[in-house]
Design a protein around this ligand. Structure first.
Ligand code: SF4
Length: 114
């Protein structure tokens, strides 16, 4: 096995599970759909995704990530995004997303063709 830092094979950065009955589970993905981060590694950390907050049946505050494409849009791009935000993880405090990130996501979706 080649060490990750010396291989030219980028296959570890993503894949698309064409057999998944839920594909595409998030709308708005423009590049290869990356299923590698199906369970987002940032779910318990601060992130720039446009999540909503809800309380589950056990009373736990959770993120609803339905509108987020960041861990899925392109193998290379989503890999780089996750690595960047995991480099200095900050535990999520259960608060709603900052308005600046929500605005950014809204602008991005308005720029998308129908
Ligand atoms: S909003 Fe996006 S980046 Fe943040 S935890 Fe959810 S899926 Fe991950």
């Amino acid at each position: 096995m080649e060490p990750k830092d010396s291989t030219n094979n980028q296959g570890f950065k993503g894949f698309t599970n064409e057999n998944c009955p839920f594909l595409p589970c998030h709308s708005g993905v423009k590049r290869e759909f990356n299923c590698l981060f199906c369970y987002c590694p940032l779910i318990a950390y601060d992130c720039p995704g446009p999540y909503e907050v809800f309380t589950d049946a056990q009373g736990v505050t959770r993120k609803d990530c339905t509108a987020c494409t960041l861990p899925h849009d392109g193998y290379q791009a989503s890999w780089a995004f996750i690595q960047k935000w995991l480099a200095k993880p900050v535990v999520w405090n259960g608060q709603p997303q900052h308005e600046r990130y929500r605005r950014k996501a809204r602008l991005k979706s308005e720029q998308m063709p129908d």
